[in-house]
Ligand binder design. Sequence first.
Ligand SMILES: *[C@@H]1O[C@H](CO)[C@@H](O)[C@H](O)[C@H]1NC(C)=O
Ligand SMILES: *[C@@H]1O[C@H](CO)[C@@H](O)[C@H](O)[C@H]1NC(C)=O
Ligand SMILES: *[C@@H]1O[C@H](CO)[C@@H](O)[C@H](O)[C@H]1NC(C)=O
Length: 473
Amino acid sequence: MVLRTIFGIPISGNPALIMVRVLSGSRYSLVVAVWALVGCVLMLHLYSLIHPRERSEGDIEFHLSQLQLTHELQASQDEGFQIPPPRGRRSPRAIKRRPRRSTTLIEEFLDETSQVRHMFFPDQRTAIDPMKEVGDDNMYFSPGKIWLDTDGNPIQAHGGGILYVEKLGMYYWYGENKNGPTYHAHKKGAARVDIIGVSCYSSKDLWTWKNEGIVLAGEETNVTHDLYQLNVLERPKVIYNDKTGKYVMWMHIDDANYTKASVGIAVSDYPTGPFDYLYSKQPHGYESRDMTIFKDDDGVAYLIYSSEDNSELHIGPLTEDYLDVTHAVRRILVGQHREAPALFKYRRTYYMITSGCTGWAPNEAHAHASESIMGPWESMGNPCIGGNKVSRDTTFFSQSTFVLPLPKIPGFYIFMADRWNPAQLNDSRYVWLPLSVGGAADMPLDYNFGFPLWSRVSIFWHRRWKLPNGWNG
Ligand SMILES: *[C@@H]1O[C@H](CO)[C@@H](O)[C@H](O)[C@H]1NC(C)=O
Ligand SMILES: *[C@@H]1O[C@H](CO)[C@@H](O)[C@H](O)[C@H]1NC(C)=O
Ligand SMILES: *[C@@H]1O[C@H](CO)[C@@H](O)[C@H](O)[C@H]1NC(C)=O
């Protein structure tokens, strides 16, 4: 006969009968039975944490070499910024804003005349130029530095996203070309640049980008056209439709006062355009401002947009040709006031990074997760690691725009964000950082016995970093 114990109480016999005996209450009190049940639930939970369901053997083998590959990416850097004491003349706007003794890092960031502006917007001399002999800097991403294309011009692809075209082995980066004068349309209006169009850049290595030109141009004369230059075109994203063989672009279309709150759709036979602009609409009859689209593994694509005065997000599938939304729509993150959504999927879980709503000023990113893309979505708090407290609380002084999968390194992604420069929007910078999914989330849900249901999403600060060898095959 085998002798076992549960919490120190000796029990003999078939393990399947143990619970029955405990629960029968013939020898033990109800309290013991309840504790035994709780114990079993906890053990099962621990087991499932240690042995996640969907891990295949291949993944585990890969995991060993991945550890070496990704070790460097996860070693985030700390930053001890020194703020000089206030002295000399400051911009009148900055003085009005803050009659206080000490300045904070975020105020320095927003002050165009700050002495430490070079920390946030390093000047032309530090520009990353992939065509020059850069020696030690070769292939290194340098968040915040000016990034030149293969012609030697600063890349103009703001609020952008990347499409990988497998048959060409090519990445295409689409974004707003903002290379015009920044101005205020009226006193209370936000800083703006007229619509120039959507730029496209191509690259095989994600570092050397060739300008493919403007693939959807603004409209200079027709004032009733959505793309008329005094309107707004933001956050263009392109996906490929396998059924129609078309490249489909979705974007935020608005008037200068952001009252039109619509999405626009354009289509092309080629990744490098030209794209034909089709029309704009308010999806499902709702306001739509910051938005993105996401193509799932099964070929179904979704539109995600900030709505109801940016107080919530809406999500719904597109039609099969990706040229419209269907009737299905869900309200998610209701009352959370999030914008700048960037979606990605790891194993069978959907993740999203969003920002708060503070105009051009940076704020704290949140990560969200869901088992079903239509929700319910749960918020997991701030994914940023490293830097310092202020930079973590401001998404490293930037705002999310896209998360690019690195399929050869499972669980790793490139987080793409914009460091907006409202004084000169064409000089806004790109902040690309490694993002990983793994480990326990820091905000466990109440109903889950205090155990994390989701993996943590982490964005690691690096002053400079590069992709590990083998990221591309
Ligand atoms: C931005 O535009 C200004 C003129 O409005 C120009 O002098 C400057 O070089 C541009 N900057 C970039 C990064 O293109
Ligand atoms: C101006 O744009 C509107 C809306 O796209 C279009 O219906 C109209 O034909 C255009 N007018 C001209 C002269 O191109
Ligand atoms: C935007 O709002 C301002 C101030 O309320 C107004 O003067 C202007 O005509 C509006 N512009 C558009 C395009 O609606």
